[in-house]
Design a protein around this ligand. Structure first.
Ligand code: FAD
Ligand code: NAP
Length: 310
């Protein structure tokens, strides 16, 4: 029986593992279906992780994290978890791809979230080289430059407003002429003089060279094309919360989730189920930053230690 099962090996899961093992828990396994590191390993530049002065790649940032955790006894199983369920009042069952099942006294869910793809030509090719899904992360690279934003929801509009304070101009591309975002946010957007709306338009393709993006070709309902010569395009067409492991055989979730599928936690990262914690991008109102995910992981592990001690 594991003392603690951590599901996911991104910044939240790794930090949870570090704090749990260094805090004295002996039998802790982190189930990560791929290499540890998480989604930040897809990023070519990160410059907002405190203490790291240079701009580094996501891979470079995360490379030392697993070794540091393993030193204190964290075990990594490169296995996909298919479901977490309750076996009894005090025991969780962790089901693994392939049929194996492992028991654990406590669980921290750190499976993150995944930005949805808009599926235009060049989106995957230039991801991390001009195509971005994070304005807080990458906006600064386009200081005083023109950029484009795709989407018409709250995230797209809020991030377009954020970028308008950094960039010289923001083209907001949306496939309709009405926004899904709240009216108050739409009003704020309309007051930004350096945001130009490109409505009823889709992205036909993003083009560039080995250095990155050089422009975005849009097409509107009438079939008119427009070539926006921007070095960056931010895609905000919704998020998929990776909450599949919490889905039970009857379709319900093991713990309370928000209407968007985010796991509801309190400030201790406790969910509605005793012994079940969640940390990082998977949890409600996550700022979706590495430093915040790591902080959540530490908070969750500290509270797991108290829970098991009680
Ligand atoms: P994740 O990093 O998503 O890790 C979740 C892990 O869980 C993954 O490794 C996944 O393989 C694993 N997993 C999922 N399901 C299962 C399962 N069923 N079984 C086993 N394992 C599973 N943040 C910043 O602070 N600064 C930046 O500059 C920045 N740039 C970014 C650039 C890009 C292109 C992207 C995509 C994100 C960026 N972010 C940035 C955001 C940051 O990466 C995330 O906020 C952070 O990684 C969230 O950490 P997490 O541990 O919660 O989840
Ligand atoms: P969202 O509300 O689902 O909006 C996604 C937007 O992307 C929509 O405008 C949609 O267009 C567009 N879109 C989807 N697929 C596309 C594609 N393939 N190509 C082009 N455009 C595409 O997602 P979100 O903005 O990330 O917000 C998610 C939830 O969180 C929402 O309920 C939102 O209200 C909430 N949220 C709230 C706040 C806040 O309260 N401050 C902030 C952020 C997010 P259509 O409109 O035509 O469908």
């Amino acid at each position: 029986m594991l003392d603690l099962a951590i599901i996911g090996g991104g910044p939240a899961g790794l930090t949870a593992g570090l704090y749990a093992t260094r805090g004295g828990l002996k039998n802790v396994v982190m189930f990560e279906k791929g290499m540890p590191g998480g989604q930040i390993t897809q990023s070519s530049e990160i410059e907002n992780y405190p203490g790291i002065k240079d701009v580094v790649t996501g891979m470079e940032l995360m490379e030392p994290w697993p070794e540091q955790c393993m030193r204190f006894g964290l075990k990594h199983e490169m296995k996909e978890v298919t479901r977490v369920s309750k076996k009894s009042e005090e025991v969780f069952a962790i089901s693994l791809a392939g049929g194996e099942e492992v028991d654990a006294k406590a669980v921290i869910i750190c499976t993150g979230s995944t930005p949805r793809r808009a599926n235009f030509e060049g989106e995957d090719e230039f991801l991390g080289r001009g195509v971005s899904t994070c304005a807080t992360c990458d906006g600064f690279f386009y200081k005083n430059k023109e950029v484009a934003v795709l989407g018409g929801g709250d995230t797209a509009l809020e991030e377009a407003i954020y970028l308008s304070h950094i960039c010289s101009k923001v083209y907001l591309i949306h496939r309709r002429d009405a926004f899904r975002a709240s009216p108050a946010t739409v009003e704020r957007l309309k007051k930004c003089e350096n945001i130009e709306l490109v409505l009823n338009s889709k992205i036909k393709k993003v083009y560039g060279d080995t250095m990155g993006v050089q422009g975005v070709l849009t097409i509107n309902k009438e079939g008119d094309e427009r070539d926006l010569k921007v070095p960056g395009i931010f895609v905000f067409v919704g998020m998929n919360v990776n909450n599949g492991v919490l889905k039970q055989s009857d379709g319900s979730y093991l713990c309370d989730v928000s209407e968007y599928g985010e796991v509801i936690v309190d400030l201790s990262m406790k969910t509605s189920v005793k012994g079940l914690f969640a940390a990082g991008d998977i949890r409600i109102k996550a700022p979706k930053q590495v430093v915040c995910a790591a902080g959540d992981g530490a908070t969750a592990a500290i509270n797991v230690i108290s829970y098991l001690g009680e």
